[in-house]
Design a protein around this ligand. Sequence first.
Ligand code: ARG
Length: 484
Amino acid sequence: MQVEWYRGYYVSRFILETFLFEGGIKMALWDGRFKKEIDEKTNNFNASISFDKKLYKEDITGSIAHVKMLGKQGIIEEDESNKLVSSLNKLLNDIESGNLEISNDVEDIHSFVEYKLTEELGDIGKKVHTARSRNDQVALDMRLYARKEIDNIIDLLKELINVFISKSKSNVETIMPGYTHLQKAQPITFAHYLMAYVEMFLRDIDRLKDTKERLNVNPLGCCALAGTTHPIDRFYTSELLGFNSPCRNSLDGVSDRDYLMELLNDLSIIMIHLSRLSEELILWSSWEFKFITLDDAFSTGSSIMPQKKNPDIAELVRGKTGRVIGHNMSFLTTMKGLPLAYNKDLQEDKETLFDSIDTVKLCIETVIPMINTMKINKEITEKAVREGFINATDCADYLVKKGVPFRSAYKIVGELVAYSIDNNKTLDTLSIDEYKNYSSLFEKDIYDVIDPKTCVRQRKSYGGPAFDNVIKMISEIEKIVNKI
Ligand code: ARG
């Protein structure tokens, strides 16, 4: 199999070199104007094939739409158009089935596709680039690629949200401390906490959808920069490729990479959400907190300390965030100061986008099972709520409900807290007489009001952690997710 592939490759390469391309496959698309071949190292520096081969499907799909349009408009013969379409389909099949490897001998994926067509169809193959430039071709490929990957990432985010929802459902009554400044603040529940991340992921999906809507215009037919004298039909290719419309201005069409800047920013925000989550998982799984236990499958040991269980996977997600933000910054910097229209600097959009997309997908895929398998240590989170005067606001609100102005109630409870600390007590263990020393309005029902479960149950304001609130919130979100 392997041997046959090589034989096939060399035979076709021989034919190509000898009969079709005079100088061989390494000959550049721009042959004619130049007297000398490009310097080999410069050639490698200039080439993008090693990474833009990833765009083969988009390049072929775009080319199919293009040659169909050329045939329909009579720019090439219908029979030529049909031959080009079937050759392009065959090329796609051959690549997908592994029968054809994309060679690194050409400059880029666009040259590769054209070489292959010419190898198979001769002069007809050479017609594929009529009324087209690599400038609009690459702009098209990138939009098709970004559009497809946005859908893939949305699917993954949906999967992630569903895991968060199912964890939330089993933790509606799991009380835990909520923090501000990483100091215990007020009691919440683990479900309320997890659902906060769901809100972030839903916004991430919204942002991706917005970006997709804006990017969904067709640059094909902008050609090099100034359209063409051929009677092309850009609305037809837009329809074939599922775009809302052709982009309006040919100069803009080939130089616009706004949608990539937007997308890189969307991806950075996703990573920042995953990173904040990771940071908390790392903290919650530490010996000091022990709120959660990460599954062994998502932790690693130490080479020297036998007791260690390290949250490496969460740390890596946090770490890879820097990489995606870096790509975002690097591409913004690339774009700054570029004159219209196409400049080769734009080739730098590929590796930044590809790596960002791959990283985001990998991280979401890793976080899904990590969340799914993590154990939440309910007794520990509930015990943590009983320390640190987390019910002090509720104690003050008790007085407010009896007519004391909030600021005065705040002061009374502040003094009670100071007294408790000095006497090694908590608000739950103070006697009613001790309470009354600070305000005669305190009655025995204060103990129920400051019970953490009551504190949560009473936080019924819209968006708050009360059990019923969160149950409602979960079912609302389930409906939203089902519609995505
Ligand atoms: N590899 C190039 C890119 O990624 C393709 C477009 C080349 N166009 C040109 N005029 N050299 O941007």
